[in-house]
Design a protein around this ligand. Structure first.
Ligand code: LIP
Length: 247
């Protein structure tokens, strides 16, 4: 937990002096900053010291094997971060075998620390989290994420289906925070056609430990190739899932 907080503080220190950000283009609508690399290094240094022998998969390139695997997104919502839009976070998940055992998401701009352990519940700053109990699509608010890694038309069709069903659709630009907000009952569901494991795993554990329904994500390939992501209040999951993959 302290590692996530310190990682968030380090990222914020770059915002205090934008000349240090050194933004680089990774691909369409996909950027990286010097902060992403520095924060990933800090997290790995800390966890490698505390858990010698564990392995790492990090968005900024860290790859090492171990019985237990830490899956790290140093800054989720980098596009927001680089524009000083205060909606980004640090996301860390621990994978043992094929199970996500621990998920931590830290939102430094709101000082909100989300955490979940398998079969031990989900919390934000020690407050227990429960997903929404809403059953009526006509009153639902979902976040549907988009990136040019996926087809724009199918994104448009997904959003249109949900709007025609009477739901509200938002996009804030950080999948990990979106999933944390589903776990906190602020949103009724999150969906995205393609996310990487470092964007999704911690948030998916938070949602399932908060009583939500999540789609299958983790497989050997998905650890680096990514997968489709759907998570929602149980009664609304089928509608969100079919809207996303309905084409
Ligand atoms: C981002 C996700 C977002 C997705 C972006 C990207 P990043 O993560 O939070 O939902 O649409 O393509 O994957 O790159 O900021 O860590």
């Amino acid at each position: 937990m302290a590692t996530a907080r310190d990682a968030g503080a380090l990222a914020r220190s770059f915002l205090a002096d934008p000349s240090r950000l050194d933004v680089a283009i990774k691909g369409p609508q996909d950027i990286v900053t010097a902060a992403d690399a520095a924060v990933e290094r800090l997290i790995i240094e800390r966890l490698a010291t505390a858990f010698p022998g564990d392995g790492f998969v990090g968005e900024e390139g860290a790859r090492s094997n171990g019985e237990h695997l830490w899956v790290i997104d140093p800054i989720d919502g980098t596009a927001n971060f680089a524009r000083d839009v205060p909606h980004w976070c640090v996301s860390i998940a621990l994978v043992c075998g094929r199970m996500v055992e621990l998920g931590v998401i830290y939102d430094p701009m709101r000082d909100a620390l989300y955490s979940a352990q398998r079969d031990a519940g989900a919390f934000c700053n020690a407050r227990a989290l429960r997903v929404a109990t809403l059953t009526d699509l006509q009153h639902a608010t979902f976040e549907v994420g988009y990136s040019p890694r996926t087809d724009a038309q199918s994104y448009g069709r997904c959003v249109t289906r949900l709007l025609l069903a009477g739901a509200n659709v938002l996009q804030f630009g950080s999948a990990a925070l979106g999933l944390a907000w589903v776990a906190a009952g602020r949103l009724d569901g999150y969906a995205e056609r393609h996310l990487y494991a470092w964007d999704a795993l911690a948030g998916l554990l938070l949602v399932s430990e908060a009583g939500g329904r999540v789609g299958p994500f983790l497989s050997a390939e998905a650890l680096t190739a990514g997968n489709v992501t759907v998570a929602a209040a149980p009664a609304l999951y089928p509608a969100l899932q079919s809207a996303l993959i309905g084409d």
